[in-house]
Design a protein around this ligand. Structure first.
Ligand SMILES: Cc1cc2nc3c(=O)[nH]c(=O)nc-3n(C[C@H](O)[C@H](O)[C@H](O)COP(=O)(O)OP(=O)(O)OC[C@H]3O[C@@H](n4cnc5c(N)ncnc54)[C@H](O)[C@@H]3O)c2cc1C
Length: 406
């Protein structure tokens, strides 16, 4: 194949693995370096499971700063803010606030929608080719609004009425009977019938297994670092030793910021901590449709016969420790919304850091190093955007001048 390259991807989360899958299909020789013993062990492990292709509007929007102030003083708030003496936090927050206007939000939502929908079509192709066993379903996504003003605003901004419908509380209850108890508490819902759910970790494993049979792929477990080299190139070190490659793709989630720093590349990434709970098997009892309780910012997905709930944005907690207070608050929100869904001692808690840019738009791009590409910053939507991000990366690789990288 003309233009075939040796490409090293750093990071075996959903972003690195989907990138590897797309580039291997293109005939490139791909090495994926992952520091953990298995793939998908960090942010991609137990996320909300939502492939919410039609629901990708960035968090940064007009009015969000005011709403967030309200949330901060609310019991069981979905958002918590711990200000720190950390310049990267302040810079991120400032850039976030600057992006909180309608015009920027619309423009960025358009970019994200294109990425998401291209990924949805491509995932369909992958599934038809035989990629399976990740609990994929297309049940549609129902976003429930408790507040009438927010609901009417959301209903007005539906851009494709063929594929997203504003519906009444009783229609919401018909679509997802598990949430029928909320009928009198909600103003309405937006239903996107083509949205999907799946288990992100199982998806990572499915990609790993499919890649394992490709002769032009290898997975290496080790710690990668980057240093600046000669002639606008960067060098990859694997466990401290030089590792030869034409191109490097940095896809290491929130760790990418630290990895890029020695190169003088300052990535505007910040880890937004969130939590999930996964119940034990509940045959016949998990919701069919994927549901977002908008005002509480809690998402619900049936993954096989288990229920996964995910929520919380803790700004300032840059670790993945399980905070009992926040988990207690999440359980309280779920118990109030879906009584009996959780039972004591039978839900597995998890915490992860969403690798977020202030605008919500990921960075899939070249850098000032001729051989270094970025695929980072998918934030709260990394599973949804992963396949589309990989397609974008593939186009960039195709456009790389082979003389510049050899
Ligand atoms: C609570 C929560 C709920 C979420 N829900 C959803 C959802 O419903 N839908 C959705 O679309 N998205 C969701 N997300 C977001 C999504 O999970 C993330 O955007 C996505 O997993 C990020 O993937 P990643 O590959 O960039 O990062 P990661 O999964 O963190 O992968 C990065 C990998 O790089 C490896 N690495 C780091 N440094 C090195 C190094 N030096 N050498 C080698 N390897 C290295 C790490 O070990 C890791 O495996 C959620 C996130 C959270 C926290």
């Amino acid at each position: 194949m003309a233009g075939k390259r040796t490409i090293t991807i750093i990071g075996g989360g959903v972003i690195g693995l989907t990138a590897a899958y797309a580039l291997v299909r293109e005939g490139h020789d791909v090495t994926l370096i992952e520091r953990r013993e298995d793939v998908g062990q960090e942010a991609s492990f137990a996320n909300g499971g939502q492939l919410s292709y039609r629901y990708v509007s960035p968090l940064a929007d007009a009015g969000i700063a005011r709403d967030a102030l309200g949330w901060l003083f609310r019991p069981n708030s979905p958002i918590s803010l711990r200000l720190k003496a950390d310049p990267s936090q302040w810079r991120w927050l400032l850039a976030f606030l600057l992006a909180c206007n309608r015009q920027t939000n619309r423009r960025n939502a358009g970019v994200l929608l294109d990425l998401a929908l291209s990924g949805q079509a491509e995932l369909q192709t992958y599934r038809e080719e035989g990629l399976r066993d990740f609990l994929w379903r297309r049940p549609g996504k129902l976003v429930l609004y408790r507040n009438a003003t927010t609901f009417h605003k959301a209903a007005k901004s539906v851009s494709d009425p063929q594929r997203q419908h504003a519906i009444s509380p009783s229609e919401c209850a018909e679509i997802e009977p598990a949430f029928a108890g909320l009928r009198d508490k909600i103003a309405g819902g937006i239903f996107s019938p083509e949205d999907e759910v799946a288990d992100c970790f199982l998806f990572c494993e499915a990609l790993r297994d499919a890649l394992a049979s490709a002769p032009n792929f290898r997975l290496i477990h080790g710690n990668a670092t980057l240093t600046a080299g000669l002639r606008n190139r960067c060098n990859v070190l694997l466990d401290g030793k030089p590792f030869e490659t034409d191109l490097v793709v940095l896809a290491a989630g929130i760790a990418s910021r630290k990895l890029a720093r020695p190169l003088g590349v300052d990535l505007p990434l910040y880890g937004l901590k969130g939590y999930s709970l996964t119940t034990g098997p509940r045959p016949g009892l998990v919701p069919l449709v994927s549901v977002t309780d908008y005002d509480n910012r809690v998402v619900y997905a049936g993954l096989g016969d288990r229920l996964r709930v995910a929520a919380m944005v803790d700004i300032g907690a840059q670790d993945t420790r399980l905070n009992p207070k926040r988990l207690g608050e999440l359980r309280a929100l779920v118990n109030e919304t879906l009584p009996g869904a959780l039972s004591e001692g039978d839900d597995t808690p998890w915490a992860g850091l969403r690798p977020a840019t202030p605008t919500g738009v990921p960075i899939i791009d070249r850098t000032r190093y001729d051989n270094l590409l970025l695929n980072v910053g998918q934030g709260a939507l990394g599973f949804t955007l992963s396949v589309g991000s990989a397609l974008r990366l593939k186009e960039i690789v195709a456009g790389c001048d082979s003389r510049a990288i050899s």
